[in-house]
Design a protein around this ligand. Sequence first.
Ligand code: CMC
Length: 429
Amino acid sequence: MRDESLTITDNRTGKTYKVPIENGAIRAIDLRQIKTEEDDFGLMTYDPGFLNTASCQSRITYIDGERGILNYRGYPIEQLAESSTFVETAYLIIHGELPTRQQLEDWTYHITHHTIIHRNIEKFIDGFHYDAHPMGVLLSTVAALSTFYPDAHDIMNPESRQLQTYRLLAKMPTLAAFAYRHSIGMPYAYPDNDLNYTGNFLNMLFKKTELKYRPDPVLERALDVLFILHADHEQNCSTSAMRSVGSSQVDPYSATADAAAALYGPLHGGANEAVLRMLTEIGSKEHIPDFIRRVKAGEGRLMGFGHRVYKNYDPRARIIKRMADEVFKVTGKNPLLEIALELEKIALEDEYFIKRKLYPNVDFYSGLIYQAMGFPITIFPVLFAIARTAGWVAQWIEMIGDADQKIARPRQIYLGADARDYVPIDQRA
Ligand code: CMC
């Protein structure tokens, strides 16, 4: 049998250590025994940005970045995008298996019947300035939910976790839609239980004076597929935030607010918004070579390109690119598409991007679809947050049930001043 272990020789002392290898990893704590002196702290690893550190074991999402593979609970993203719905995929991600017909009915029923938010949350949204970014509104209001549901603090109780799961999945679209309606000064449109998850979201966003809002089925399905593609992506920045903050045993609304804050950043979920701004700024195909030159000179990034894990085409981008055609048949072509296609072509032939394995990611084309569907740019990261809530919740529940997990508390390498005496203010230089 193969010896699943690693032998390390510390050249400082000449001592040799043997540490077990499990699932292709060693435990960082096993390095602590490697010391030069008895009272030495022991060897640590230094890994800013977690480039090569697994922070957990997980059974939810599998990514093979080299081969461009993404599976939720073993099911390929292409099959889910083709055959599943977001609500079913959320069930799969959270529960580990596809639901039976009855399970799906119950799940859908509960999510549909928790969509309304307390009037005081509406008043809270009313308090934001008219030009508040919807993502800032979303993350603040989801945090505020924790004050409305004190039972959510009972995180060790599976029934409570189930209830908060329904509430989170159900209320995120309502919060997002209300944030948008507030920003354009429109009265809030209440949930319509006759519509499905995405149809109802479109209703809350776009309903005007008509008695019944009827979403376009192609656009409703396209948004549902986009939600499936964004539902989880293993240990990315926002999911790590969810797990890290959740590891303090705070309630899931507070942890979700932190995850949403992480997603807000332009390097993560804010990238779809940044792509649209970039394409608008480029303005026409003739300006692309100059733009690429500036990116290569380090004067900014080609937004929607590159990924920490995918070093091949992002499989989600491939599905989105195909879907764009269907959406544009209904909405008309987004004039920025030509620029995006040309930008992609030029970048994929350029040595700079080839060498660094930079390919379009999920955000490169999603914004074009969102814009064609009538979504304002600032709501793009909010759409990402609604879908990713399924993943955040699944990862949070997995973390709570994982006996290996402890409060997240990284170590540091201290390089600051040695201990010194306090200097009174009149004696300082
Ligand atoms: N444009 C130009 N250069 C880039 C880009 C880009 N988009 N991405 C990476 N690089 C370069 C980077 O400058 C570096 O070059 P060098 O080795 O010469 O210093 C090299 O490629 C490696 O980059 P890195 O920053 O070390 O890679 P990372 O794994 O830390 O960053 C990333 C991953 C997604 C943050 C980065 O590729 C990026 O900033 N992309 C643009 C923002 C974006 O589209 N984000 C959405 C990610 S997908 C949705 C999600 O899951 O959040």
